[in-house]
Structure formats: structure tokens, C-alpha cells
Design a protein around this ligand. Structure first.
Ligand SMILES: Nc1ncnc2c1ncn2[C@@H]1O[C@H](COP(=O)(O)OP(=O)(O)OP(=O)(O)O)[C@@H](O)[C@H]1O
Length: 245
């Protein structure tokens, strides 16, 4: 039985999060009192116009940036109470990231890129575990290639394998399909969806693309730094209709 998104415990909870940047005319608010939970074992998409604060929201939720006020709870940990060293450990050990531009290390092979988070976490990477992660994203036989010898879609699949092999509590993806064509983007979304459905991962993704958002269990809409709406299990058409107002 699938547990409805509404009653799942949040993997991460934002409570009254506000974020301002200093500008020449004083503090410029980017997030305004955002309270939002990302349900465990589900995929949440964050959408909104350019400049509405999506990446800032993701960065505050992931401990890459600090809110000006409010709390970010990852499980029982209040990230706003953590110092930089604690945040570094939390990002390394408990959070996964997938970026638009893949962010692989160019001098390392696909295998070495996937093994890296385990090495950094001082867990000896087992060859079978790394190979299985590569197999799950359809890259068996390509483990010795460097990123430049792989297509964009294949590079993103390496990045997803690298993220999932560390078994993070939550995965944040910023425009994971933004640099990919439609068909390749669909494959990448299929892999993220599988990570949720088969492995029970929690994924939070920023996207501009209604087709990518339609893979999510829930889509939240941000305008001028505020949550203005949510859709559960929407189709791409419903998302597009919502976005165009
Ligand atoms: N480090 C920073 N210093 C100052 N202003 C910033 C900083 N980062 C973001 N901003 C401002 O905050 C606002 C929101 O930016 P953010 O990148 O979160 O928006 P976004 O919704 O992700 O946009 P896009 O869809 O274009 O990527 C923008 O006006 C941006 O200029």
C-alpha cells in the first residue's frame, strides 16, 4: 500500500524560513516565512518563476546556505544550530546532491566518481557496491570512461549513481534535466523516480519543466519567496496550466 504524501513524516522540515541578501538599498528578501515539509520516501518538485527563490530554498534546506531566520530540521537535527564543521559533515554523510551541470570530477573515471563519496566518508568502497550502483543507472561496461568520454545523459547518470551509493537521507536536485534533451531528461527522471519507489529515497527537485515536475508526488509553487500553492500527483498539463496562471 502506498502511504499518501500528506501523512508521511518529513525528511526535512522548514519552519518560518526567511532569507535576505544585502543590497545597496538594504536587505532584499528572497524567502519570506516559508514553512514546508519534504515527505520521506517521496519526490517533491519546486517550481516558480526565475528569481522566485527556488535555488535559495534548496540551498537553505540542504545546509549550503543559512536562513536569515527560521529553522531547518533534517530528521532531528536543527541545521540552524550547527556550526560550519557540523554542516560539512551533515552534507557529506546525510545529504545527496544532483546538479544541472553534473559536477563530476573530470580526471576520475565513472567508477572513481561513484566511489568518491564513500572514500570521503571514510567508508571503504566495495567494488561490488559501486558496480551495482553503475548497473542500476545502466552504465555497466562504461566504468572506466572519464566524464568527457560520456554523453550528458550518461554523465548525469554517473552523478545520480554517485549520490545514491552514499544512501543519503534526502537528495536535492537543482534542474537535473536542465542540460539534457527531452528523451535523456526522461531517462534521468525515471532513475530518480526509481530511487524513490524501489529504494525509498526522498528527492527534492527544482525544475522549470512541467514534464519533469509531473514525475513528482507533489509540486510546490514559489512566487516572490513564498509558497503559493501545491499540487499532488499532477500531470504535466496540470502543472503547465498552474504555472501559466
Ligand atoms: N548570493 C546572493 N547574493 C545576492 N542576491 C542573491 C544571491 N543569490 C541569489 N540572489 C538573489 O535572490 C533571488 C532569488 O534567486 P534564486 O537563484 O534563488 O532564484 P531561482 O528561483 O532559483 O531563479 P532561477 O529559476 O532563475 O534559477 C534573485 O533575485 C537573486 O538575484
Amino acid at each position: 500500500m502506498t502511504i499518501p504524501t500528506d501523512i508521511r513524516l518529513p525528511a526535512t522540515q522548514l519552519a518560518g524560513v526567511s532569507k535576505s541578501y544585502e543590497s545597496s538599498s538594504g536587505p532584499a528578501p528572497v524567502l519570506r516565512d516559508v514553512s514546508l515539509g519534504f515527505p520521506q520516501g517521496a519526490m517533491t518538485a519546486v517550481m516558480g518563476p526565475s528569481g522566485s527563490g527556488k535555488t535559495t530554498l534548496l540551498h537553505c534546506a540542504a545546509g549550503l546556505d543559512r536562513p536569515t531566520s527560521g529553522q531547518v530540521l533534517l530528521g532531528g537535527t536543527d541545521l540552524s544550530q550547527c556550526d560550519e564543521r557540523e554542516l560539512t559533515h551533515i552534507r557529506r554523510d546525510r545529504i545527496g546532491f544532483v546538479f544541472q551541470q553534473f559536477n563530476l570530477l573530470p580526471m576520475l573515471t565513472a567508477y572513481e566518481n561513484v566511489a568518491l563519496p564513500l572514500r570521503l566518508g571514510r567508508r571503504a568502497p566495495k567494488r561490488a557496491v559501486v558496480m551495482e550502483a553503475l548497473r542500476q543507472v545502466g552504465l555497466e561496461g562504461r566504468e572506466k570512461r572519464r566524464p568527457a568520454e560520456l554523453s550528458g545523459g550518461q554523465q548525469q547518470r554517473v552523478a545520480i549513481a554517485r549520490t545514491l551509493v552514499a544512501e543519503p537521507e534526502i537528495v536535492y536536485a537543482d534542474e537535473p534535466t536542465g542540460a539534457l534533451d527531452t528523451a535523456t531528461g526522461r531517462q534521468v527522471m525515471g532513475l530518480l523516480r526509481e530511487a524513490v519507489d524501489r529504494a525509498g529515497r526522498t528527492v527534492v527537485m527544482v525544475t522549470h519543466d512541467p514534464h519533469a515536475a509531473a514525475w513528482a508526488d507533489r509540486v510546490v509553487f514559489l512566487v516572490d519567496g513564498q509558497i503559493v500553492g501545491k499540487l499532488d500527483h499532477p500531470t504535466a498539463e496540470q502543472v503547465a496550466a498552474y504555472v501559466s496562471g
